[in-house]
Design a protein around this ligand. Structure first.
Ligand SMILES: Nc1ncnc2c1ncn2[C@@H]1O[C@H](COP(=O)(O)OP(=O)(O)OP(=O)(O)O)[C@@H](O)[C@H]1O
Ligand SMILES: [Mg+2]
Length: 294
């Protein structure tokens, strides 16, 4: 495999702004609200980028902008997926990319599945849409479910989502997202609700698909162990902007932005003194601000 850094650019975000118009603001404050300010991000073939940052910093807003999932916001700047411009494009062009070129997985697997379709039909659907025969689509759906450790997968193809546990549903969502070999996976906290073993299976599959098939990955997570284990690069978001975007080893070894330093300082260390209370990111930022002011 070629170095992912040398691969073709799959996702190219430049100067992205996401604005909530006054009328759509949930906080009823006056004026438009800009939640994402001039974000630049590039992800190449086979590259896995982790987007991290505190709650409310704009990570999900950025991820949703890529496939224009939130119709109430206004986008500015540019988002190119394999060269196709998304910002300002006709809706049908964006629809054509959804699920085929770009797959998206979110934290809540309940809403992502159709309750009246069988598991087998839902996992096979992205293939059937692309003209793969039903038998072959079913075979590949089964293979994905097996790969994700769904026990007795062959029999369960004809089950419905309501018969599955939350962890099992998220595996189904993941299988459907990856079965048709998309170019880009956008995963927003995909494993947060899963137990450790299922989490590992899901992350292994993502890693394998990007290594072997060149899947580009935008992964949003709060879990820095996942970042360290899976990502090539880390982009750190703080108040709607990217404050740091570097290879994962560099960032962990020598975080540049005070927020990143705070983030890393708040990880419990196995070799650390259990009697020492860890600083929260907020405490760290307050101290950093003090330093700047004094
Ligand atoms: N319609 C809206 N009106 C006002 N504020 C909004 C609106 N939609 C989103 N926001 C705010 O935008 C901010 C960014 O949200 P976003 O969901 O992108 O954060 P996040 O980084 O994904 O956080 P988390 O880690 O908690 O998922 C949040 O503070 C949210 O309250
Ligand atoms: Mg979010």
């Amino acid at each position: 495999m070629t170095d992912p850094i040398d691969g073709d650019v799959v996702l190219d975000i430049a100067g992205l702004t996401v604005k909530v118009p006054e009328a759509s603001r949930i906080d009823d404050a006056p004026g438009d609200l800009t939640l994402v300010h001039g974000v630049d991000l590039t992800i190449r073939r086979g590259e896995r980028l982790a987007l991290v940052g505190e709650s409310g910093s704009g990570k999900s807003m950025t991820a949703k902008a890529v496939m224009r999932l939130d119709p109430t916001v206004r986008l500015g700047g540019s988002i190119r997926v394999q060269g196709t411009e998304i910002v300002g494009a006709p809706a049908r062009r964006v629809r054509a990319l959804r699920g085929a070129t770009v797959s998206m997985v979110f934290q809540d697997p309940m809403t992502a599945l159709n309750p009246v379709l069988t598991i087998g039909d839902q996992v096979a659907e992205p293939l059937v849409i692309r003209g793969v025969g039903r038998r072959e689509a079913r075979r590949r759906a089964l293979e994905m479910l097996d790969r994700l450790g769904v026990p007795d997968a062959a029999r369960r193809l004809s089950a419905y989502p309501s018969e599955f546990s939350g962890g099992m549903r998220q595996r189904v969502v993941m299988a459907a997202a990856l079965v048709a070999q998309p170019a880009l996976l956008i995963a927003d906290e995909p494993t947060t609700a899963l137990d450790v073993r299922v989490q590992e299976q899901v992350l292994d599959l993502i890693e394998e698909q990007s290594r072997e098939l060149g899947l580009a990955v935008l992964l949003i997570t709060h879990d820095l162990a996942i970042v360290a284990g899976l990502a090539h690069r880390v982009a750190v978001m703080y108040r709607g902007t990217i404050v740091e975007n570097r290879p994962v080893d560099e960032l962990f070894a020598d975080p540049a932005h005070p927020y990143t330093r705070g983030l890393l300082a708040s990880i419990p260390r196995i070799d650390g003194d259990p009697g020492v209370r860890l600083k929260t990111v907020d405490q760290f930022m307050a101290e950093a601000r003090q330093e700047v002011l004094s």
